[in-house]
Design a protein around this ligand. Structure first.
Ligand code: GTP
Ligand code: SPV
Ligand code: MN
Length: 584
């Protein structure tokens, strides 16, 4: 293969982990079939009904290994300050010493797969190569869907190209000795004792966000936890929009939105470019262009149905890996919120019999499907454009039962950076911890920023300086405001087209808006929601900016920003002060 430093690294790792065999993955169909059959033969995959789910499989992870583990995720920068207060830090040397005994002999009697992959379209100046060494065929099967894997990456790499290194060993799955360790100064990730999602598919959050955010800071671009969509209006005009919501807060669903009939008939359309990660760089015209570094969707299963997201259902109709969902006797999958009445008999995600009325859920709340992006009927013809797509709007959002209105627009980029930096959301099942607890999650990057959060905000402000008037407009949305009974005011999903429409109008200087202390809100008419049959109380709640609630919110934000100390860009505190004075 002729890439000296790659070959040397593979040899080094093999010496340490001692695999019985080494296999270089080429990404071919034949290889995929062989890996899937291997997983079936070891019982790690259950082949699903080939008529209903062709070439698709169910995997069950260890019950202690079902989500990202933020308390076991480390940023091992040389200087502790560089990791910042929001990351767990460990000195690189000390972490290497901790990991060495866990890795020593870890692949004995196993095959070590060398998985080269490309993040971003082939031939794109924005794309980057990674290589993951793993002893998990499950990871190989997932990477084949999630990335452009094998030959295409080796070609891009040539004999001397640079690449990010990921080393993954399944180990014993001991949660106490689970480490998801990032070494930004070595462009390296080492993961041991997990075989789930973002902990093990090192292309995703580890490389495309944590390491890439550091590269982006150094190279003048942005690596973000954002979907990318294309909104087409009845005149055929296209608006490209990115949106950053925390994990399990609606990125996949918004990226695949199908407008209700009235909008569809009028000519409104949403197409998907990406559903989780965006890399944004300046184009020759001075605008920000986004690519989706991934090639597949690792989507949340529960709540996905033919009613809420038919595009996702179609995307995972074949060639899909389902992890931790429930199994029906006929070899089809099931999860909470898939629609219809629950079947009488199921095997739950742990492999146990399950019946309606059982105390536990049949599918794990963070169960997922891994599906090729090109299988989504809504995939945009532009999704593999090497130069990316020009972004007009960036949306922030989270789950907030109270306070946050349905949508508002920031006054300018600096204010928008403040809006993103002070975002908060109720926690979900995508990470281990207490579901529902409110936490600040700046730019939806709290678990994914590979360096000091305040330096990251400084970088956002600097990128804004560079882009000037050509920067995207910034918005904030909240689909999750609840009434006193705990019911969502906003129907969400396809109906959110109304919000996208207003955003697109604002991007071209139209769309009626009311100025409020927090930013511009749509007028009731501009929201165009009359046909939704919402109660007046719901409309009021969705468009309400309550002075007292916002004064309380601003006070919390002030404390939060203050906790970042010297590195905090003064502009963000000024924005908070300005909000407080506008609130009067
Ligand atoms: P990650 O893949 O973890 O980054 O998640 P994500 O941001 O892509 O979230 P996703 O779209 O998968 O949605 C997560 C959950 O929120 C699913 O159960 C959805 O059904 C639900 N959800 C998504 N959009 C809406 C909405 O507009 N309203 C409501 N009420 N729920 C939604
Ligand atoms: C998320 O948690 O934001 C995900 C799933 O997209 S994982 O790949 O596990 O990070
Ligand atoms: Mn995500």
């Amino acid at each position: 293969m002729g890439h000296k430093s790659l070959e040397a690294w593979v040899e080094d790792v093999a010496r340490l982990t001692n695999p019985a065999a080494i296999e270089w993955c080429d990404g071919s169909d034949a290889e995929s079939t062989r890996i899937n059959e291997l997983l079936v033969s070891t019982g790690d995959f259950i082949r699903l009904n080939p008529e209903k789910h062709p070439n698709s499989f169910l995997a069950r992870s260890d019950p202690s290994d079902v989500a990202r583990v933020e308390d076991r995720t480390f940023i091992c920068s040389r200087v502790e300050q560089d990791a910042g207060p929001t990351n767990n830090w460990c000195a690189p040397q000390a972490m290497h010493e901790t990991l060495r005994p866990l890795l020593a002999g870890a692949m004995r009697q196993k095959t070590m797969y060398v998985v080269p992959y490309l993040l971003g379209p082939a031939g794109s100046p924005l794309s980057k190569v990674g290589v993951e060494l793993t002893d998990s065929p499950y990871v190989v099967a997932n990477l084949r869907i999630m990335t452009r894997m094998g030959q295409v990456a080796l070609q891009e790499l040539g004999t001397s190209g640079s690449f990010s290194r990921g080393l993954h060993a399944v180990g014993t799955l001991d949660p106490q000795h689970r480490y998801i360790s990032h070494f930004p100064d070595e462009n390296l990730v080492i993961s041991v004792n997990s075989n789930y999602g973002g902990n093990a598919l090192l292309s995703k959050k580890c490389f495309a966000l944590r390491l890439a955010s550091v590269l982006a800071r150094d190279e003048g671009w942005l690596a973000e936890h954002m979907l990318i969509l294309c909104l087409t209006d009845p005149t055929g005009r296209k608006t490209y929009i990115c949106a950053a919501f925390p994990s399990a807060c609606g990125k996949t669903n918004l990226a695949m939105l199908i407008p209700p009939a009235r909008y569809r008939d009028a000519g409104w359309k949403v197409e998907t470019i990406g559903d989780d990660i965006a890399w944004l760089k300046f184009g020759a015209d001075g605008r920000l262009y986004a690519i989706n570094p991934e090639a597949g969707f690792f989507g949340v299963a529960p709540g996905t149905s033919a009613r809420t997201n038919p595009n996702a259902i179609a995307a995972c109709s074949a060639n899909t890996i389902f992890t931790n969902v429930a199994l029906q006797p006929d070899g089809t999958v099931w999860w909470e919120g898939i629609g219809g009445t629950p079947p009488e008999h199921l095997i739950d995600w742990r492999g146990q019999p399950w019946q309606p009325g059982s105390k536990t859920s049949a599918a794990h709340p963070n169960s997922r499907f891994t599906a090729p992006a090109h299988q989504a009927p809504c995939i945009s013809p532009d999704w593999e454009r090497p130069e990316g797509v020009p972004i007009s709007a960036i949306i922030f959002g989270g789950r907030r039962a109270k306070v946050m209105p349905l949508v508002y627009q920031a006054f300018n980029w600096q204010h928008g950076t403040y809006v993103g930096a002070t975002m908060s959301s109720e926690k979900t099942a995508a990470a281990a911890g207490t579901v529902g607890e409110l936490r600040r999650d700046p730019m939806a990057m709290l678990p994914f920023c590979g360096y000091h959060m305040a330096d990251y905000w400084r970088h956002w402000l600097e990128v804004g300086q560079r882009g000037g008037e050509k920067m995207p407009k910034v918005f904030h949305v909240n689909w999750f405001r609840k009434d006193a009974q705990g019911k969502f005011f906003w129907p969400g999903f396809g109906e959110s087209i109304r919000v996208l429409k207003w955003i697109a109008e604002r991007c071209r200087g139209a769309g009626a808006a009311t100025e409020t202390p927090i930013g511009w809100l749509p007028t009731v008419e501009a929201l165009d929601a009359a046909d939704l049959g919402l109660q007046q109380a719901a409309v009021d709640a969705l468009l309400r900016v309550d002075r007292q609630e916002w004064q309380d919110e601003a006070a919390v934000r002030g404390d939060y920003l203050g906790s970042f100390g010297d590195k905090l860009p003064a502009e963000l505190l000024q924005e908070n002060q300005a909000l407080i004075s506008r609130l009067g």
